[in-house]
Design a binder for this molecule. Sequence first.
Ligand code: SAH
Length: 251
Amino acid sequence: MTDSQASARVRYVLVRTSHPGNIGSAARAIRTMGFDRLDLVTPHRYPDPEADALAAGAPGVLEAARVHDDLPSALSGCSLAFGLSARRRGVTLPELTPEQAAEQAWQAAREGREVALVFGNEQSGLANEELAHCHAMVRIPSVEDYSSLNLAQAVQVVAYEMRLASLQGAAPELPEPKDPPADLAQMEQFFTHLSQALHDIDFHKGRSPRTIELRLRKLFLRAEPDQRELRILHGILAEAQRVQRRAQGEG
Ligand code: SAH
């Protein structure tokens, strides 16, 4: 895996961006650091001359940027996603520094995995449901009483850390992993199956499933199961559902 192949596996995802100028500035920011993959989730105004002006011609980035209807579509094929947030949220995701996130993200890309770095809207940041798709939250350690950077500047900080990670000594070539980690779409399928199975076996006993489901999401995202492991988990759930159906039939 060469470094340029690895950088092509890293996508910068901008969610619900309000100002097209920020999209252009983000394109320039990532291009200066050796990246060119920008994915946009329902930008308020795009394409737009302001985006073009601030991209300052960053070769190819805006031309190739893809626009998506929702975050899962922007994350398709990814098996690792980090969400950038200025604030600590109610969600109990692990929190990484930009440096730690960049090291992990770069390493994953070198192993052949698709990686996403996800940035929120200028006013509201990332919604909790959006962060729930991510393996960890990344906070740029700004001061507590004025913590929010301009979106494109946050992208620049992260792209710079990614660049540093990529420059850190030429690590030996890594073999392709044998069992590829499940991508986020496969994880979503599993979460749907899990919540259906928990419902079928009446695990929640009338309580709201929400907190348990968020905790289970966190657990399984942290475990980063590969595709074979996920098939085993699906098999267990299907078996529990089958036993439950049979018991109901008998009861
Ligand atoms: N008021 C919003 C800030 C939005 S700034 C909030 O509190 O979340 C736009 C985006 O830039 C954020 O969603 C985040 O992705 C990124 N960003 C800005 N400052 C950041 C910081 N200190 N750490 C991590 N990400 C940051």
